[in-house]
Design a protein around this ligand. Structure first.
Ligand SMILES: Nc1ncnc2c1ncn2[C@@H]1O[C@H](COP(=O)(O)OP(=O)(O)OP(=O)(O)O)[C@@H](O)[C@H]1O
Ligand SMILES: [Mg+2]
Length: 299
């Protein structure tokens, strides 16, 4: 299933994995020689660290020499720009209202990461029409060839906006903290991904753990129930240590990796970026030329 455009076409990422098999595919090269990897960072419960993870992982990928683009897809309550100490003049709301193009709103963050900022406090944006989503996705299509990694920082929860961004990504990373409510909400999110959107694979990243074993234990608990009740495979991506320097950085509007490069969390982000870089993406390219494919036909 993908996202339908107004003319009833389905739109999805070209590098998505084969939904039926969920088997890993080889890296693809697009027309311009790029091979962007599209990763959605999402969660059931709010406040588990998605935006902090996207910003710090993006920064760590830049340090590995990768070109990074981040989309703040928390359309109604975006705060990636605030976290990075940026003050963009324009944001996605201007693209949605067709006042600006996606290139017009592109700004540069720390380490020369490219950022597409969202607006904050525009409630209508939490419920985009298919036409508006189609417009954003087709414009994103034009940017994707120029980057190596494209992160989508979603809002929390299971709204259709969140799900539409998740299912258009090549890889879905579900962020969870060790709190029981976060774990049950992660299960609820995976249930919707599996039952409603036929997703076959997602990755689990456990944030704010006191030690690595705690991350593995959260994975074990979730895996037990997904394995038993859902037709979705979860893979353990890793964990990020709880580190008081993360909120300290935010107070200074700087990311922890920049402000305290040697603190525990910053090391975790560097390790995670290296790990992801070394892993093959999940998907088999369906087209190899564009970010989004437009398939004729229904869902
Ligand atoms: N590894 C960590 N250690 C300590 N604090 C953390 C860590 N990761 C995130 N935090 C803190 O958790 C809070 C929430 O983080 P963040 O805004 O990134 O979460 P979010 O999932 O994007 O939230 P929302 O669902 O509202 O978008 C922040 O105060 C941040 O500093
Ligand atoms: Mg956030």
């Amino acid at each position: 299933m993908g996202m339908k455009d107004p003319s009833n076409k389905v739109i999805s990422l070209s590098h998505r994995r084969d939904q039926k098999s969920g088997t890993p595919g080889s890296r693809s090269r697009n027309k311009r020689g790029g091979n962007a990897r599209v990763i959605a960072i999402t969660s059931g419960k709010g406040g588990v660290g998605k935006t902090s993870i996207v910003a710090n992982l993006g920064y760590a990928f830049r340090k590995l020499g990768k070109k990074v683009l981040i989309l703040d897809a928390d359309l109604g309550l975006g705060n990636l720009d605030v976290l990075l100490g940026l003050a963009p003049r324009f944001n996605l709301s201007h693209v949605i209202m067709e006042e600006k193009s996606i290139e017009d709103i592109l700004i540069e963050g720390p380490g020369e990461m490219k950022i597409l900022p969202a607006s904050s406090g525009i409630q209508e944006l939490t419920n985009l029409t298919r036409k508006q989503k189609f417009n954003i996705l087709t414009q994103l299509d034009q940017l994707i060839d120029s980057v190596d990694v494209f992160f989508i920082d979603t809002a929390a929860g299971i709204s259709s906006n969140v799900m539409d961004f998740n299912v258009t990504a090549q890889e879905i990373v579900v962020v969870v903290s060790p709190e029981p409510t976060s774990i049950t909400d992660a299960y609820a999110l995976m249930k919707v991904l599996s039952l409603k959107y036929s997703e076959k694979v997602c990755k689990l990243l456990v944030n704010m753990v006191s030690r690595p074993e705690e991350g593995r234990e959260v994975f074990r608990q979730l895996h037990l129930v997904t394995d038993r009740f859902l037709d979705i495979q979860i893979e353990y991506l890793g964990c990020i240590l709880n580190d008081e320097n993360v909120p300290k950085g935010i107070k200074n509007q700087k990311i922890v990796s920049q402000l305290y490069p040697d603190t525990h969390a910053s090391r975790c982000f560097r390790d995670l970026a290296r790990k992801i870089s070394a892993m093959p993406p999940l998907n088999c390219p369906k087209d190899g030329s564009n970010l989004f494919l437009r398939h004729l036909g229904g869902e």
